[in-house]
Design a protein around this ligand. Structure first.
Ligand SMILES: [Zn+2]
Length: 172
């Protein structure tokens, strides 16, 4: 995941000219909601407290990864993560949405695949990494940086600020 807000902000920026741009932004959050909500529920179901989760967020990346691997529910979350970030499963889910809710199919497809494309190269040394062909293959996409890298976050938000300024000025 690139940070949660960036996914929605980029999706909205890219599709802002469409009347249903908010649907694109909402759909761009689905891959992280699909594994993040079960992960949070399992965290609390295992008797953990909110304060512990807050503390984790401030740990160095390596230490947080170590903590995650030790959790009894780690394997379930790993499966949910790879399933929600699989390009194959996203393609299949897009077909299902197209069959049953064609009006939102384009927003679903575009939002979800924009999310996956943004994630694919920015999970260096991540606990799970990106496996676009899961479950058929466990091949991991090469990564060049982790999205939580401070310089990467600064560059990302600087770029977002420029893009939104151009949108507000009516230049794009
Ligand atoms: Zn993600």
């Amino acid at each position: 995941m690139v940070d949660f807000f960036s996914h929605a902000l980029w999706a909205y920026a890219l599709f802002h000219a469409r009347p249903d741009a908010l649907a694109y932004a909402a759909c761009s959050l689905l891959p992280d909601l699909a594994w993040g909500i079960p992960a949070i529920l399992l965290f609390f179901a295992s008797g953990r407290k909110l304060s512990e989760m807050r503390r984790w967020r401030h740990l160095p990346h390596e230490e947080m990864s170590k903590n995650l691997r030790k959790q009894p529910y780690f394997e379930n979350v790993r499966v949910a993560y790879h399933a929600s970030h699989s390009w194959l499963i996203a393609a299949f889910a897009s077909l299902v949405v197209w069959a049953f809710a064609p009006k939102i199919a384009l927003a679903f497809f575009s939002g979800v695949f924009l999310h996956l494309a943004m994630d694919v190269f920015v999970h260096k040394d991540s606990v799970n990494g990106q496996e676009p062909f899961y479950p058929l293959s466990h091949w991991r996409a090469p990564s060049f940086v982790h999205w939580s890298n401070k310089k990467f976050i600064a560059a990302n938000y600087a770029l977002l600020a420029i893009v939104y300024a151009l949108i507000l000025l009516g230049r794009v």
